[in-house]
Write a protein that binds this ligand. Structure first.
Ligand code: ATR
Length: 277
């Protein structure tokens, strides 16, 4: 029987996840049924997820705005999901229990590792919202030299540093840096802010990005506003979050099906679709 998976969120009509997961299954000559399910109201979330599982659903992704709420539907949580404060992957165990995990951060780390080695790299993460929080643990565990958090509201970055402090591997520096006074001491700069949604830029000095690799978690047709600015300010290379989208999907797929799909051809196809849209 064709195994069933789903994405829960709102909106989901433009989601690329059904396409991505169908492509991944195709790499193993398999067919899966992956549906995008829109949940109009938070009150419907639990009932819809439970109905999906009762109807044979093997696993699901959760997207905006329900990643935090998804914690409440889980019987158990991974450490990554607990620290992220958000679940983007539901795994149905053989006993019928729901395990909540979060593949966003690993998706980002895997995509970054395609771009460059992370060993001994100094990383700056701009933003301290849900997107940043979901990535901190996998970044800390990726063999880096340092991770600096910087946010418009500095206290939020400080809170995240306190939250993750007990999980910092030996030898890794983990700190807050003030947004307006950032130096040029980083190898990789990740923009996790939602500023791009409104065409805005985080207020960081131009010299901060000079000769760096910049990664904007947002994506769209052409370069994002942040990446355009970074290139003009002398960034060495810029990347957007399309690779993270495919990366997190690959991690979820692996958890569900014990098979590791190849992201590169799927990312190339999605990029082509995006540029032609
Ligand atoms: P998400 O889940 O996408 O991370 P969020 O939790 O609302 O969304 O967090 C948005 C992040 O983008 C925050 O770090 C926010 O900064 P503040 O904490 O100061 O609000 C950041 N952000 C949004 N617009 C910004 C802007 N114009 N300049 C700088 N940072 C911005």
């Amino acid at each position: 029987m064709t195994e069933k998976y789903a994405l829960f969120g709102n909106p989901v009509s433009h989601s690329r996840s059904p396409y991505i997961h169908t492509c991944f299954a195709g790499q193993f000559n398999q067919i899966i049924d992956y549906q995008a399910i829109c949940i109009n109201h938070p009150d419907e979330f639990t009932a819809k997820v439970q109905a999906f599982i009762q109807n044979g659903g093997k696993g699901a992704n959760v997207t905006v705005p329900y990643k935090e709420l998804a914690i409440s539907v889980c019987d158990e949580l991974s450490v990554a999901a607990e620290l992220a404060g958000a679940v983007n992957t539901l795994i149905v165990t053989p006993q019928g229990k729901i395990k909540g995990d979060n593949s966003d951060g690993l998706g980002l780390v895997n995509d970054l590792q395609v771009i460059t080695t992370l060993t001994n790299k100094r990383i700056l993460l701009i933003g301290a919202g849900g997107a940043a929080r979901g990535c901190i643990l996998p970044l800390l565990q990726a063999g880096i030299a340092s991770l600096s958090l910087s946010n418009r509201t500095a206290s939020k970055a400080q809170q995240l540093v306190s939250l993750f402090a007990p999980h910092v591997p030996a030898g890794v520096e983990f700190k807050c840096d003030e947004l307006a006074n950032l130096s040029n001491d980083y190898d990789i700069i990740i923009n996790s802010t939602s500023a791009s949604l409104t065409g805005e830029l985080p207020a960081i000095p131009e010299h901060t990005v000079t000769d760096c690799i910049c990664y904007d978690m947002m994506y769209g047709k052409g370069n994002t506003v942040f990446n355009q600015w970074a290139l003009a300010a002398g960034a060495r290379q810029v990347y957007d979050g399309l690779g993270m989208l495919v990366g997190q999907a690959a991690v979820s797929f692996g958890w569900w099906r014990n098979q590791q799909p190849i992201t590169k051809p799927v990312l190339a196809a999605l990029r082509q679709q995006l540029e032609q849209a």
